[in-house]
Design a protein around this ligand. Structure first.
Ligand code: ADP
Length: 422
């Protein structure tokens, strides 16, 4: 099968989020963890490559994304999607702009769009400003993110220091006029030399119009939601054939575990809710620094995995700041990620076959530890969070990789109950 759309995601939950939305169409979606070593021989119509480069040094992120692009081109893709977080997680020397510019150069294109809107999850863009629910991004809990605190809500201002080209906007008033108006506005901006265009969207209907207007652009960038209409558009354009339908998901029996390294507001509520109904263990970065993760591993070995116990480093902003001032932000994060990764291995070796993981960086660390290289995408648990299936050390396992702010309060229990537990 020739790949129709090749996607590159800057973190693992972003990749599963995108893969889940594309899979809503019923078309087979394949998710690769990292750029595969081997050339593509078994490519699916939709290929998503999950990287862990959101907070990598720019040169590393650019090199990895260019390698992913080359692999997807070898799989036959002519259209590409650069997926980042719907809260535009990045710092002024972040990777969203530099990667987009490098991909544009490789593809020989002069313009792309930036549309992180995800209305079903409360992310909307108006006049170039990103909102989380009713709050501007910079007033939302994202202002306290451990790695990428967002202190501005203007996507053009966030993007400008990251790119060498000009930034511009197609605003909601234009989007509301339809696909032709969007195309015309993009054309005018292209004539004016504007290569990096933020596009407003406050509802799924806007995303349908944007996807329709931009479906033939070689490179699109954004959150997952603007890509969701693409499969239906490609089908209507005759670019997908009937033999691309996905197969039935496998079942992953056995025990479960919930691992949470996300400190996002929604995850904090989810951890609090789940700790009331399942055994739980709190990881403290300072304790990890001084005595390692042995105590947590011993605790997990003693648990009945049928109860899907929870291990979490999830903490309130004050506690995160305290750990960071003692250890440094990067080191504190890395300690927690390493601990949760080794706990995933303990859980697997004790029989866990269902893993619910909260946090994008955390999911990257856990999947890498489990030695997973390819995932098949299954049922959606909540918007942007599907169950995925893969092999680890010869066992079929199921992974639900949840980005920080996704899912409702009861997400962990809901995810576990959604899987067939035979
Ligand atoms: P999200 O999807 O919510 O952004 P991530 O896993 O991507 O979550 O990022 C959270 C980061 O915060 C990870 O690097 C994680 O290791 C780190 N972290 C988790 N708990 C703590 C804590 N208590 N103190 C400091 N850093 C933490």
């Amino acid at each position: 099968m020739t790949t129709v759309l090749g996607c590159i995601a800057d973190d693992f939950t972003g990749a599963t989020d995108l893969a889940g939305l594309l899979a809503r169409s019923g078309v087979k979606v394949s998710l690769r963890i990292g750029v595969p070593d081997a050339p593509p021989t078994d490519a699916a119509a939709f290929e998503v490559i999950a990287l862990k480069c959101r907070t990598s040094p720019v040169a590393d992120a650019v090199a990895e994304c260019r390698a992913a692009l080359a692999w997807l081109q070898a799989a036959g893709a002519k259209r590409f999607f650069w997926k980042y977080c719907s809260t535009f997680d990045s710092t002024p020397d972040g990777n969203i702009g530099p990667v987009a510019e490098a991909l544009m150069a490789d593809l020989g294109v002069a313009q792309t769009i930036y549309c992180p809107a995800f209305p079903e999850n409360g992310r909307s863009i108006f006049m170039g400003h990103l909102f989380v629910g009713q709050q501007p991004l910079a007033e939302s809990p994202m202002k306290d993110h451990p790695l990428t605190p967002m202190r501005d809500s203007s996507l053009m201002r966030l993007l400008a220091p990251q790119v060498t080209g000009q930034t511009g906007l197609v605003d909601r008033l234009t989007v509301a006029q339809g696909a032709d108006a969007i195309r015309a506005a993009l054309g005018q901006l292209a004539l004016d030399g504007v290569g990096h265009v933020v596009v407003d969207a406050v509802a799924n209907a806007d995303l349908d119009l944007i996807a329709s207007a931009c479906r033939d652009m070689p490179l699109l960038t954004g959150g997952s939601a603007v890509a969701a209409p693409l499969p239906a558009l490609y089908m209507a354009d005759g670019m997908l054939t009937g033999d691309t339908a996905k197969s039935a998901p496998p079942t992953a029996g056995g025990g479960g575990v919930v691992l949470s390294g996300s400190c996002s507001a929604m995850t904090r509520a989810q951890v609090a809710a789940y700790a009331k109904v399942a055994p739980s263990y709190r990881l403290d970065p300072l304790t990890l620094f001084h005595t390692g993760s042995t105590a947590a591993e011993d605790w997990l070995r003693d648990q009945d995995l049928a109860a899907a116990p929870l291990v979490y480093a999830t903490a309130e902003p004050d506690a995160v700041r305290a750990a960071q001032s003692e250890l440094g932000a990067g080191a504190a994060g890395a300690l927690v990620e390493r601990a949760l990764a080794s706990l995933a291995l303990v859980a697997r070796d004790c029989g866990a076959r269902r893993f619910v993981v909260a946090g994008g960086e955390t999911s990257g660390a856990v999947t890498q530890a489990l030695g997973v290289s390819r995932l098949d995408v299954g049922a959606e648990i909540a918007p942007g969070v599907p169950w995925t299936y893969c092999h680890s050390a010869g066992h079929m396992i199921a992974l639900a990789l949840k980005s920080g702010n996704f899912g409702a309060e009861g997400f962990f229990a809901q995810a576990l109950s959604k899987l067939d537990l035979t």
